[in-house]
Write a protein of this length. Structure first.
Length: 554
């Protein structure tokens, strides 16, 4: 009896594995940069979605690849390159140059075949080429409508994820079982979950050469019952032996990328982390992780997590990492940080944020306090609001015509009271380190960010990679109220505007939000990069005091 896995799961994996074939070693750049070699400034406008794209794809700045040379560090997204000039610490935005093999596969049949039977990838080590891949066994097949099917029902001890390495001048792969379905079930029980689920299709997210070994990080399809075990694989070309590190503290967290630093006998493994859910590809996990294995048991050790809730990290989900001597580049869909990895706990990180700006037209621009309001609240003009305005988001006003409005910063702000209160967040194990266990309408905002406009006060802010890009369920959710309708979008007050908490109880929430909505025809947003500063006198998160006052959700 064949079991069919629907194509929706393939689409989920397709988006999740973009940029997973980075096989470069860690960089060591010692050439003096030249300012004349920096790219020329240009204007790159916020792209409009193409056919079959969702409206929020225009804000997809997840980093798929990092390219470095003596003069620049290029962070490649699907449609843009954010380029850092080493000589003067400046940024330019350029049209995208991401290689086609790192872009989503438009041929779903070919992608489905690659999912079940991945091609071998190459990595050079000491002048020789090694090939590798990770796959799920037993082998699956691709059938009608690109559905993936298996020949029989799962067998916990035989269903497994296998890593293969083909040495130079050899055709026979050397194999290592990373984990079985039974291992996954046992891990789920240990973590306090049930034994259900199945092995998600695995993928390699990075390949690193360090200490005369080759290292890979392995992630997996997640959501719709699929899952896996966070795994670092190493291979010694001299002895042809494998070693595994499966940090128990990461459980079923996906490793987005890997960099290794420090003494080879006592290294630090730097990892980006992420989880996925049904119809949601990007959910923050533990941010940037520094893992130092126990010498006696590499699956246990010390872990330090740097998140938007407890550090200067500019985005919630580190996509790609690049180690250059004592500097670690951490790239996210919300921006980039450069860290001295030996002093990561210090506060001298250099961080920059991706954003869109727009020049205000000469005539006044109506500003609406909620997405679908018919009557504007105020007007913006060049005279009293400056020459430009920061653009935070776009949402449709009506689904039929796909007309919409841009959310922009508004320093004066608006207030709203919601008939939705707060309770204790029930899933503590999934909380980002440093985030209070309070479930409230602004749960996807984090505390202590810098407001987009003066006065630069600490408020709740929401990065681009904290907006849950739901493929189902009506799309991203913000601050507002109303019933989901197939015809009219919810009348959101704010999707990414900064929040000031005025009142919070189990039954209601009052906030001041520092954004408004402008008809799309009034603005032409362009992309830029701005410095991200940490507040000089950060205040305690007001939610921390609420934990002992709120009830559990019934």
């Amino acid at each position: 009896m064949k079991r069919i896995i629907p194509i929706f799961g393939i689409a989920l994996l397709l988006n999740a594995c973009i940029g997973s074939w980075d096989t470069s070693s860690q960089a060591n750049n010692s050439v003096k940069p030249q300012v004349e070699n920096c790219p020329k400034a240009t204007v790159v406008y916020l792209p409009l979605p193409k056919k079959n794209e969702s409206f929020y794809d225009r804000f997809d700045f997840h980093i798929r690849n990092i390219i470095t040379d003596a003069d620049t560090v290029k962070f490649q997204t699907l449609k843009q390159d954010f380029v850092f000039c080493r000589s003067n610490n400046s940024w330019t935005v350029r049209p995208g140059t991401l290689p086609k093999d790192l872009q989503p596969e438009s041929n779903y049949a070919a992608f489905a075949e690659e999912t079940v039977n991945p091609k071998l990838k190459n990595i050079d080590f000491s002048g020789k080429t090694y090939q590798y891949r990770v796959l799920r066994e037993p082998k699956f097949s691709v059938g009608e409508n690109n559905n993936i099917s298996r020949p029989n029902e799962p067998e916990p001890t035989k269903d497994r994820v296998v890593f293969e390495v083909v040495p130079p001048n050899s055709k026979k792969p050397q194999t290592k079982t990373l984990y079985t379905l039974k291992d996954l079930q046992n891990a789920a029980v240990k973590a306090g979950y049930g034994t259900g689920g199945q092995l998600g299709f695995p993928r390699v997210t990075s390949a690193v050469i360090y200490d005369n070994r080759i290292w890979w990080s392995v992630a997996f399809e997640q959501g719709e019952g699929n899952n896996g075990i966070a795994t670092i694989v190493s291979y010694d070309p001299k002895t042809e032996k494998f070693s595994l590190i499966q940090p128990e503290v990461l459980s079923s967290t996906q490793i987005t990328d890997l960099a290794i630093s420090g003494d080879p006998k006592n290294p630090t493994f730097w990892m980006g982390t992420n989880i996925s859910g049904e119809g949601n590809l990007y959910i923050p996990a533990k941010g940037l992780v520094a893992y130092r294995p126990n010498s006696q048991n590499p699956n246990s050790g010390s872990l330090t997590a740097y998140t938007v809730d407890n550090s200067q990290l500019v985005g919630a989900i580190p996509d790609k990492l690049k180690l250059e001597n004592d500097k670690l580049w951490v790239s996210t869909a919300n921006g980039v940080c450069q860290i001295n990895w030996q002093a990561a706990d210090n506060s001298d990180w250099s961080c920059w944020r991706f954003t869109a700006m727009a020049k205000l037209p000469s005539e006044e621009v109506p500003l609406y306090s909620a997405l679908t309001n018919k009557t504007p609240a105020v007007s913006l003009s060049r005279n009293n609001s400056g020459e430009t305005v920061e653009v935070l988001w776009w949402s449709p006003v009506e689904y039929q015509t796909l007309k919409g409005r841009y959310e922009v910063t508004y320093p004066q702000g608006f207030s709203v009271k919601l008939d939705e209160g707060a309770s204790i967040y029930e899933f503590n194990n999934s909380l980002s380190p440093g985030k209070p266990a309070v479930d409230w309408p602004g749960f996807q905002w984090h505390w202590n960010g810098v407001s987009a406009a003066p006065p630069q006060e600490a408020r709740f802010v929401r990065g681009l990679d904290e907006v849950s890009l739901n493929l189902v369920g009506g799309g991203p959710r913000g601050i507002g109220s109303g019933q989901l309708s197939p015809e009219v979008p919810i009348n959101w007050n704010a999707m990414r505007g900064d929040l000031e908490l005025l009142e919070l109880s189990p039954k209601s929430t009052s906030v001041k939000y520092y954004s408004g909505w402008v008809d799309e025809a009034k603005l032409q947003p362009y992309l830029t990069v701005v410095p991200q500063a940490r507040p000089q006198n950060p205040q305690p998160n007001p939610l921390a005091a609420k934990v002992n006052e709120l009830p559990s959700r019934q």
